[in-house]
Design a protein around this ligand. Sequence first.
Ligand code: CS2
Length: 423
Amino acid sequence: MTTPSPSDEGRLVHLGIGNFARAHTLVDTQRAGGWSVSAFTGRTAAMADALNAQKGQYGLIVRGAEGDEVSIVDVIDEVYPADDVDALVRLVADPFTAVVTLTITEKGYSAGTDPATSAPARLALGLAARREAGVTEPIALVSCDNLTGNGDVLREAVLAAADEDTRAWFPDHVDVISTMVDRITPSADEGAAALVQERTGLVDTVPVVTEPFTEWVVEDRFRGRRPAWEKAGVQFTDDIELHELRKLRLLNGAHTLMAYAGQVAGVERVDEAIGHREVRALVEQLWSEARATLDLPAADLDAYTAALEERFRNPRLADNLIRIAADGSAKLPVRALPVIAELGGPDKAPGEVAAVAAWTAWVTDRVRAGDEVKDPKADAIATAAAIEDPTQRVTALLALLDVPAGDPLAAAVAAQERRLPRP
Ligand code: CS2
């Protein structure tokens, strides 16, 4: 019997190869075995050169509260810069490719229909080529970003950019899968490369640092091939929405609150923010509100938030709040605003209002200090944050979250801004 080649089951194409995918999705794909990965970069094309120079290998440092486990991940065949549209089209059209996973961040789904700037639009071109090539096996597009119904959002974004023939062909040939992904992955610290080399011998310019916890819940409706992710502990479900909402509202919601309220209060890292008495009280408040929107037993929610608190307190992970603070205009409408609406307005959700107020206060501080705000709407944020009158300033900032003028949220946010803990 001949040994099968390590990658004879199929090819997975990954879009957006940042730290998160390399700590999560690709690790599970390696554990599943039998698949090769062709990846495309997100923002930084330099990642393609760095990983190709290392033959796709990189060091993974799993940083627990007690110590580090270091291993080499070796599942990537080749990495292309995001703008290599020809390569993406060729790979998606190839029948050996059966799965595309995406970690393109929240803003990637509203990037429009121009393939030069939009990953969903590039995928639409790839699918058109697959249709023209006559490939019959369904391909699965698997969204791994922090959005409610991320598969539905992806489907809309791809179809908006697709030609008419591809739109008609799509339902029979493409599965769009929602998933909930979870693994806190900070930016690698300065000592990470030396640690990887010392423990594994690999000279690695792009190591990944992550936490021990990892979770991936995937909608169970692939018609074509997929990696045997269950071998890596991935859970398949028919009810993805509850998993998504629980994680978005409890983990990501608390993250967003801490990112802004923590920095406004003068701390820099997640473990410091959760250890700050007043910031922690705000997190508790936000959790009690978010929990009221989740149809899950109290004991499950208690266990979930207790585990979250322990993860946030990991003193060795050094997760910087500035990482989580990026792209607030794309995150707050997913993490905080739906809870405020579902609970019946700002009066009913002071913890969620605090998350929004911490954002308006934080961007205002940054803009006025001349510091960068990383956000797809950075220019509009700078203009709004410069407005002198507090009510007008808050109203203009909230408009960037699609909150209409006159909404009671503006007054609640302006009042809450004044109550935020300061150094
Ligand atoms: C964070 C997430 O950047 C953010 O906004 O909330 O990256 C978070 O660390 C992951 O979703 C954890 O799974």
